[in-house]
Design a protein around this ligand. Structure first.
Ligand SMILES: [Zn+2]
Length: 503
């Protein structure tokens, strides 16, 4: 045995020397073989359609060590240092999408989604950063300690970059040191509910709690995201449950009328008056999540913006794609809150998108397990509310948006630049020199059927209301900080996304 070892020794020494030689020549190559599907860290990508912060160009983008280091106009005219060029021809090169409203449900409810499947689905959909919500994971992220649990759970599991919102709940709203601990630990802002959240350890906040939260956030200059529905008629839900058919979508729709959104937003815009320059809450910002009502609620937001309040609003592709008239009985995949409203409301939301009154889009990807979605029973009143969609942000927005006249520039503003601003991600959201090389390469003209043969990387593809649709806009490649993390249906072997913490 000893003799065998001695004979193998020269071979072993040779092997180690070779490894060391190649490592010293390019130390990044080793890590990137795992993190990236391209084996180099300095390269160019070129195309006839690159959406830069200055508009569309035909040319090339130089990427080095994860950053965009130069942008050259003129297709095929890369600089002299161009050794490695990935030529995408006619495909569109755009900033990666930033989805700031995602429930990844880990730790605690990984069977609902989890960091691995959620971020792999994001990468496959051209989403290069997600910001994870503080609830549906267990425990909820409402303190420094619970954020640490989440960061631990995310280790070596994220394929794209992930930021975190913290929760504003009555307990920490009345205890500034807990709240400051959470903000100091790096959450990008806070999220609160003006109605029951559906999660026991994430109780709703009153407007007074919200004001407390805003006074702390003003110092940090980070936003408060609010689920704006205020229960108006507590009898109606019980009445409807007793007397109406729970298998009909209309029954659920009637339990959450637009007046709930309007009442909540009325209270909020009263508070946001103080966020104006010189106001007692200057520095704080209120962001209304998943607006569904395009009438009175939207008018209140527009008015608050006009008078200079620090306020913004998002809506989601499902409110822009589906309408209540089309939702089949028993099909609980479409249940979310606030609910999807009628076709007229949908058209008004599109108008607000095109006019710039709605600032940005998010998925509100909020899956669960099939048993809680009650797909078999079809009971709209008892089923989990939440739509599963993270992988389809780009093709869904484009498929329905182009019919309404949405341009690629507008799409990118809604999905990259504005979300980056909200979350304070200064080096993301645009193809510009100095920014992270977070990029999606896709072909808006290519159509595909989202059927069972389509590679969906979510944990429960069958829960998504988008399955069965024909969509335009196929994602080919996704880069996160220069790593090619997804290419032609395949992911890089290792999860090299980075947690993003505010400083
Ligand atoms: Zn949500």
């Amino acid at each position: 045995m000893d003799q065998l070892l001695w004979r193998a020794l020269p071979l072993l020494v040779l092997l180690i020397s070779f490894t060391l030689f190649f490592y010293l020549r390019d130390p990044h190559k080793f890590a990137e073989d795992e993190c990236s599907l391209v084996p180099y860290s300095h390269y160019w990508i070129s195309s006839k359609r690159i959406l830069t912060s200055q508009g569309f160009i035909s040319g090339s983008v130089e990427i080095n060590e994860g950053k965009i280091v130069s942008i050259v106009e003129g297709y095929g005219k890369q600089g002299n240092s161009a050794q490695q060029v990935i030529d995408y021809g006619e495909a569109v090169i755009m900033p990666g999408l930033i989805d700031v409203h995602v429930h990844l449900d880990e730790p605690g409810r990984t069977e609902w989604e989890g960091f691995v499947t959620g971020t792999r689905a994001a990468a496959a959909g051209g989403v290069t950063t997600v910001v994870d919500m503080p609830l549906n994971n267990d425990p909820s992220t409402v303190s420094k300690e619970t954020l640490e649990l989440k960061l631990k759970a995310a280790e070596n599991k994220i394929y794209v970059d992930v930021g975190f919102w913290g929760g504003l709940v009555p307990e920490n709203a009345l205890n500034t040191s807990i709240l400051e601990g959470l903000l100091d630990a790096g959450v990008l802002g806070l999220k609160s509910f003006m109605c029951p959240s559906g999660i026991n350890d994430f109780p709703m906040t009153t407007i007074d709690h919200i004001k407390e939260g805003l006074s702390v956030l003003a110092k940090y200059r980070r936003p408060l995201l609010v689920h704006a529905e205020l229960q108006q008629d507590s009898k109606s839900h019980l009445e409807l449950e007793g007397n109406h058919n729970p298998l009909a979508y209309k029954t659920y729709l009637d339990t959450r009328p637009p007046s709930w959104e309007e009442a909540a937003i009325k209270e909020l815009v009263d508070a946001t008056k103080d966020t104006r320059i010189g106001g007692s809450l200057e520095g704080a910002h209120v962001h209304i999540v998943h607006l569904s009502d395009a009438s009175a609620s939207l008018d209140l937001i527009k008015e608050a913006k006009r008078r200079g309040d620090s306020i913004s609003v998002e809506t989601c592709p499902h409110y822009l794609t589906f309408s209540s008239e089309e939702i089949p009985d028993r099909d609980t995949r479409y249940k979310c809150s606030p609910p999807i409203r009628d076709a007229l409301n949908k058209e008004k939301l599109w108008e607000a998108i095109l006019d710039g009154h709605i600032d940005l889009l998010t998925s509100d990807h909020s899956p669960t397990v099939p048993q809680l979605k009650l797909l078999k029973e079809g009971d709209f009143l008892k089923a989990w509310g939440g739509i599963s969609s993270l992988q389809f942000d780009l093709p869904v927005t484009w498929s329905y948006g182009k019919k309404h006249g949405l341009t690629l520039e507008q799409l990118s503003l809604l999905w990259s630049q504005k979300p980056a601003t909200l979350a304070g991600l200064e080096s993301k959201g645009a193809i510009a020199v100095g920014n992270d090389a977070d990029i999606v390469v896709w072909q808006p003209e290519v159509e595909f059927d989202l059927n069972d043969d389509y590679p969906v990387f979510l944990k429960h593809p069958s829960l998504s209301a988008y399955m069965g649709r024909r969509l335009s806009g196929k994602v080919f490649d996704t880069f996160v900080r220069g790593n090619l993390v997804f290419k032609d249906g395949k992911h890089a072997p290792a999860a090299c996304g980075v947690p993003i913490l505010a400083k």
